[in-house]
Design a protein around this ligand. Structure first.
Ligand code: FEO
Length: 135
């Protein structure tokens, strides 16, 4: 069963590229969740790397859009991104060094982060970017 499901009501930002990337991100997190459930450490490693690479790319997409259009909440939004990226980098390093396992707690943490961040932070840029002509 999927760990997280994207719905327009809960997660839609009205910015097409962000909504597309969020859906892809959810798919990658669900894939990692499945690999964790299957106990396949090698699959967990590759899915973890894929998820983190995508998260970094996604944050850059949002940050470029916010910066380009002079979004007033850019700094606080970016600070949330930076904090998660630092946590992910630490987990990724420790996992590959054999010092840490990825568990359901890890995937739940990411799920909770997204479930808070997208509705409460990402959604704020929707009307602003729309007003600047971003589709
Ligand atoms: Fe979609 Fe601000 O992350």
């Amino acid at each position: 069963m999927a760990l997280i499901t994207w719905t327009k009501d809960t997660f839609g930002t009205d910015v097409g590229v962000a909504d597309d990337q969020h859906q892809k991100l959810f798919g990658l997190l669900n894939g990692l969740h499945e690999a964790v459930g299957a106990g396949n450490r090698s699959a967990v490693g590759s899915k973890l790397d894929e998820l983190i690479n995508f998260v970094v790319m996604h944050f850059k997409t949002e940050e470029d859009l916010m910066k380009q259009h002079g979004y007033p909440e850019y700094e606080t939004h970016k600070a949330e991104h930076d904090k998660l990226v630092a946590t992910c980098a630490d987990v990724q390093k420790k996992f590959h060094a054999g010092e840490l396992d990825i568990t359901a707690d890890t995937t739940d943490f990411v799920k909770d982060w997204l479930t808070n961040h997208i509705p409460n932070v990402d959604k704020h840029y929707g009307p602003f970017l729309k007003s600047k002509g971003v589709a």
